[in-house]
Design a binder for this molecule. Sequence first.
Ligand SMILES: [Zn+2]
Length: 200
Amino acid sequence: MRKVKIHFPGASGTVTGSKFYLETPEVNVMVDCGMFQGLKELRKINWHPLPIEASEIDFVLLTHGHLDHTGYLPRLRKEGFNGEILGTIPTLAIAKIILMDSGKIQEEQAKAANEEGYSKHSPAEPFYTVEDAEKTFTLFKSCEKGQWISLSENLRVRFRYNGHIIGATYIELEIFEKLFVFSGDIGRVKDLLLSPPRPT
Ligand SMILES: [Zn+2]
């Protein structure tokens, strides 16, 4: 029997840190790779070891560029992920800006904590740096929305416009002819700038 195991290492019990992980007989796929944000108790989860072997992930698929869907990518690469990160052209462009900014903020926060001595850690380390973020971009691979893309013999993915922000999509993942849908953050039906989400 062909089995697909789905794990929910993020965005369960809370809305940030979005991460879904699918182990399939052919390839292993993570959908979104976000950072936990908000209360300190949530932000601390970012430092917990990921309950997944990063080197065993073949693909990361991004619904959109927001930090709570992309912010863990530099850590994932540092933990051994070396597969492809797929998303639409605008999603990857937004993710680059957001991850560079995030790396800079984390460097600055660690520096301030060390200078002012308010961290329990000595020295306080940034969660990741601008350089870590830049190294992640080498794994980015842009995809046309609305087209099926093969990930392996019996897995294919399609990015479908969902109107949340520029380039945002929901993701259809077909695994051995069964369809799995990941909504991402859904946009409005009526918006001044963005088109309404596309129906399946
Ligand atoms: Zn969002």
